[in-house]
Write a protein that binds this ligand. Sequence first.
Ligand code: ZN
Length: 693
Amino acid sequence: MIKRTETGVKITLVVVSALCASLMAQTPSAGTAGSEKTYERLPGLDKRLILPTADPCVDFFQYACGNFSKLYPIPNDRSVFGTGAMVADYTEHALHAMLEKAAGSGSGRTPNEQKIGDAYAACMDLNAINHEGLKPLQQEIDRIAGLKSKDELPEILAHYQLIGVNAFLSFGQHQDFKDARKVIAVVDQGGLGLPERDYYLRTGEAPEKTRTQYVQHVANMLKLMGEPEAKATSDAQAIMQLETSLAKVSMDVTSQRDPKNVYHLMPVSEFASLVPGVAWDRFLAGSGAPPVTELNVTNPEFFRGLNTLIAATDMATIKTYLRWQLLTSTPSYVLPRAFDDEYFDFYGRKLRGQPEQRARWKRCVRATDAGLGEAIGQVYVAQEFAPANKRATLQMVQDIEAAMDQDIDTLDWMSPATKVRAKEKLHAVADKIGYPDHWRDYSKLTIARDDAFGNALRATEFENRRQLAKVGKPVDRGEWLISPATVDAYYNPSMNDINFPAGILQPPLYDSRASDAENYGHIGGIVGHELTHGFDDQGRQFDGNGNLEDWWTAEDGKKFEEKADCEVKEYGNFVAVDDVKVNGKLTLGENTADNGGLRLAYLAFLADAKRKGIDLTKKQDGYTPAQQFFLGHGQNWCGSTRPEQLRLQAQTDPHSPRQFRVNGVVQNMTEFGQAFGCKTGQAMMPAKACRVW
Ligand SMILES: [Zn+2]
């Protein structure tokens, strides 16, 4: 639902589908060690990555990428590494040079250069951060200590929301699912320190070990805050107990994917009667949102449970929990080294299997991009993004949309009535490429060179206030949810738009020197992926205007679900790691987008080749154009993932592990088997394949 970024800024992710969020999901944490190596740019098709002894018809991922991990083992400062991470690494170095330059004091800097330069310089000044200790947090700590009764909770919880502390709940905004022209307030479940509700409830050795480690981590953090050992230990247990109670009334990640499950628009008075123990009128007055009369209560069950929980918990425990939430929600890079190290030890080392913290400059580059993304983005786009890339990408997007238009005509299972509505939706998709038309204004945000903590806090509050100010105002359809330098892409069903920032439009994902076949396999598949999200199990529930409205005939809807169920079963049989299988339902939307997206890219590639008169049977550099296309797609996902990270991914991330994003798709495409001369019955060419789109 509402997720916090590295800086504590909430971005509403209700139903936004990102291409490969796992690429960027590095926990912010401690230390200064780590790889300083810059990777070379990979070409569109890199033969060095291919493992010639593998059989493409048996395991295409192994064939396309079998040599990748020998050439590029996972660096110690990462839990996952692959093609996408190499692109992100390249961008990180480019941003680093820009920030070092902007950080150079001296006159003549533009207001944006001052902000990004000083934010970066302050973040890098670990000595000053260590010297400050917990002083910057003291005012907040004192405020908790001074709380006398539960009657004082509304104001402090509202204040916490603004500074990025999601104690007990999460408050934000999003477009009304049923009327996309409106922005409404939303109140969501929240308040957990572990990644997801089932982390508190799952049985078995590994989940129990994680819980033990988490309680120890909480105790360690409280000790660093100055609590004596015995008190830190008992407080950590009380926090675990309270969070477990919250988890029990929370919704799991899979259920949250269905927009109907998380949409309960109600008058504020009705919400207030769900949780009579908290004065919501006072919470809303302090929240920073304009006055509201109605809001989306995503999970009413949760709030009923929250009411019971607050009533049953003594004030001392609530204060302990608030202190913990404050501490763990503060970005660890602005806390003294010992806190940062302890934070990394649990969230990085134990939860993700990452041996070493990332170099501080890398974390400061990320943090600056997270807080000032469109300020740094303007410099990035001017330096790194060629206008020709934008034109070429737009052409490809339009080709792929045309391919989908034609493909809809050929579907034998869909009625003419639903086809008309599907095309209406397709034609209404907005294509956004590179960067926003209007840049965000940061002039009212104060960034000081000697105040890393204050900068992070102010940037979070600035962004949260900007978000909340949208409530009740017309929707800005030009807005982007990710920064221009981000190596990712997304579809947003409420906007009905597809978004490809400049960061993803670079080699090898898009390479102006690569063959058309390679580019269609790489970025073409990604474009098709985002477009297909508009028609996956979530996206298909929204119409072309972005409204949650069923435009399918009952029979077509049933046929869609049967087809989707084939993919649920197919992916649900893949083993992610050890005893953990891929969750076929959690990953359904992404798998549908992967499958549909590559098919659309292939159709567009064929149409393009026909236009240009390219002979599809003629090998170039050892491969036919069709083989190049599939190798391009396969090499999007080269890389490897540490087992701890794989477990986390399988249990929380809607994206399938990398090898299944390759093999799961090609085994559903007879065009792949034909391109590589596979025989029916081989793993990549099963007799029975799944196809949704
Ligand atoms: Zn996706």
